[in-house]
Design a protein around this ligand. Structure first.
Ligand code: OOG
Ligand code: MG
Length: 260
């Protein structure tokens, strides 16, 4: 696949995001697309956003729990990037900003030091982490019905759309993140639940895995970045009027409302 096609596909997916328009998965026309080439499309997409003046908040991991892998019928973790314009200020989102949003409960890490793979471990990640914070990620695949293969979703920046961070932060040693119980409710009804260990045994392992994946590209995680470790629970479809609330044991709740 040549550079021109990679650039065109990045532009195609960037436009679909801006126009909130669902598209057919790109592997329909490019069945030969590999995971490696898909990351090149993602890099182009990230470049386009940087050129538009947006800033990276941090990379994120996806498909780090069985719940998520089963739900989306994929079998390996991926990464993408969260940008400043994706962070929700306040506790309201508007359905008009999305195609077909879903929400998932996650733990985010705020790094105090740079982390560079390969060979990173969860213990090393915890030592380099300044704070952890609960989060609700709102994903919005640009593909019709979230119908994608692994290369498709990688090219589409791992369905990244918005994120609501909780207001309580903790030092990583104040919690046992693998035992962190989480419930995800909509309009008072529990839709899904889980514990931090659902994320590759411990959310810190997800950050270590990310550092090791980025090392293959000569990249590292940087102090100050906020990193989403991947959905503990499956993702739940959002509708206008929904009141979303996730409870994180010892960590408070993260809430938002879905308006028209
Ligand atoms: C891809 C996004 C995956 C996670 O936490 O697993 C992700 C998708 O499910 O559309 O963010
Ligand atoms: Mg996620």
């Amino acid at each position: 696949m040549d550079k021109v096609i990679i650039k065109d596909l990045a532009r195609f997916l960037a436009d679909a995001e801006v126009e909130k328009r669902e598209v057919l998965k790109i592997t329909n026309d490019h069945p030969e697309l590999t995971v490696e080439k898909a990351y090149e499309i993602q890099e182009q997409l990230v470049q386009l956003k940087l050129e538009e003046g947006y800033q990276i908040v941090g990379p994120k991991m996806g498909f780090t729990s069985q719940a998520k892998m089963k739900q989306m019928n994929v079998n390996e973790p991926i990464y993408g990037y969260i940008f400043d314009y994706m962070v929700v200020n306040g506790q309201e989102i508007s359905m008009q900003d999305f195609i077909h949003p879903k929400v998932e409960a996650e733990v985010a890490f705020i790094l105090g030091k740079d982390i560079e793979g390969p060979g990173m471990t969860g213990a090393q990640v915890l030592a380099a982490t300044e704070y952890v914070v609960p989060a609700l990620e709102i994903i919005d695949s640009r593909y019709e019905n979230f119908n994608f293969t692994l290369p498709d979703v990688i090219a589409d920046n791992a369905s990244s759309s918005k994120v609501v961070f909780g207001s309580r932060i903790k030092r990583p040693d104040e919690l046992e993140l693998d035992l962190l119980g989480v419930t995800l409710s909509i309009n008072g009804q529990i839709k899904d639940l889980g514990a931090g260990a659902a994320v590759v045994g411990h959310p810190a392992n997800s950050v270590a895995m990310l550092a090791n994946m980025l090392a293959r590209k000569g990249l590292k995680l940087k102090a100050g970045q906020i990193i989403l470790t991947g959905g503990i629970t499956g993702a739940v479809v959002l509708n206008v009027g929904d009141s979303v609330s996730a409870k994180f044991d010892g960590f408070g709740t993260v809430d938002f409302q879905v308006k028209e």
